[in-house]
Design a protein around this ligand. Structure first.
Ligand code: SF4
Ligand code: SF4
Ligand code: SF4
Length: 313
């Protein structure tokens, strides 16, 4: 049963957090099918939020130089190199027109020649970010109230209140939040850090910096309800175009986190992009565990009392 302050299930997170008549929930729909891997989102996020660099060394893992989300990477563009999509997954043609600028379609004479020259691999690119979960375990476990739910339904860290305990780090089912460890002299070292969904910008009626910078509108910002409808329509469009592997990730309010405020259209399994296939809010079972522990403690007390009474008798 979903009750007040539930730890799972579909709810309006802002209303549940106590906001009276909150504005529509805000979030992201990231359509990875049109991401070109330019990393403008990463750069815009760093600039706007004054995030230190991650070092400038190449990892040797394709063009992905940051590898994952971290205290110093609040947007991470994954570059996944794969063998070319099997023909069966793309309506027999091997490639499909995603509506992006590019070579002519393979059905035209120019396109036929271009197709012959196509490489036998493809890139999957995806700009990952904090999911701003409906049920956010990072927020549930924060002992200081540094992590809080905003009126827009997003989850934000207040650096001046965070004591650096790090409880939120293992609580996040996506491995998003992290304490900043450097570089020396950077602001907020020791403090938990992650995307704020640009709380300072959206409160002022502006788009988040990453969405503003994205040249292909892979990152779409808006009301979560409307974005979910838009995402469903895009999946249908891709299926009609023969991209049968297109699927949504995080858009289902009945999933393990009650639906994400930031969800994705993927072109392969979530694991391929480094995302957990079936995330569950890690605090979901806490009430059940407390009830069990209380029952066990009560049973022990009763047992001890009976044993004590028996010895006296
Ligand atoms: S993705 Fe992780 S850090 Fe972001 S709101 Fe959910 S639990 Fe918190
Ligand atoms: S919403 Fe703002 S803080 Fe979050 S990833 Fe985009 S630019 Fe960074
Ligand atoms: S700015 Fe847009 S197109 Fe460029 S990497 Fe980020 S999500 Fe992809």
């Amino acid at each position: 049963m979903i009750g007040e302050h539930s730890l799972f299930g579909p709810v309006d997170p802002a209303a549940e957090a106590g906001y009276v008549d909150p504005p529509a929930r805000k979030g992201f729909f990231t359509d990875t099918s049109v991401c070109i891997g330019c990393k403008a989102c990463e750069v815009a996020c760093k600039e706007w939020n004054e995030i230190p660099d991650d070092g400038f060394s190449l990892t040797g893992m394709s063009y992905d130089n940051t590898v994952s989300l971290s205290a110093n990477t609040w947007r991470h563009v994954a570059f996944v190199e794969q063998p070319a999509a099997p023909a069966a997954a793309t309506d027999g043609a091997g490639t499909v027109d995603l509506g992006m600028p590019g070579p002519p379609p393979p059905t035209s004479p120019e396109g036929a020649q271009a197709t012959e020259e196509l490489p036998d691999f493809r890139w999957l690119m995806s700009s990952d970010v904090c999911k701003h979960c409906t049920h956010a375990a990072c927020l549930d476990v924060c002992p200081t109230g540094s992590l809080f739910r905003t009126e827009f339904g997003t989850v934000v860290v207040q650096p001046d209140i965070c004591n650096g305990c790090g409880y939120c780090v293992p609580a996040c089912p996506y491995g998003v939040i992290e304490r900043r460890t450097g570089p020396e002299g950077a602001k907020n070292v020791g403090i938990a850090q992650k995307c704020t969904l640009c709380y300072d910008r959206i409160g002022d009626g502006q788009r988040p910096a990453c969405a503003q910078a994205c040249p292909t509108e892979s990152i779409q910002y808006g009301d979560v309800d409307e974005l979910r409808e838009r995402a469903k329509a895009r999946v249908e469009q891709l299926h009609e175009a023969g991209v049968m592997d297109a699927r949504l990730y995080g858009a289902d309010p009945d999933d393990g986190v009650g639906g994400a405020g930031a969800f994705f259209l993927l072109l392969d399994e979530p694991e391929v992009y480094g995302l957990p296939p079936d995330p569950v809010v890690t605090t979901r079972d806490l009430p059940h565990m407390f009830r069990r522990a209380s029952a066990a403690a009560a049973a022990l007390l009763v047992g001890a009392a009976v044993a004590f009474a028996g010895r006296r008798g």
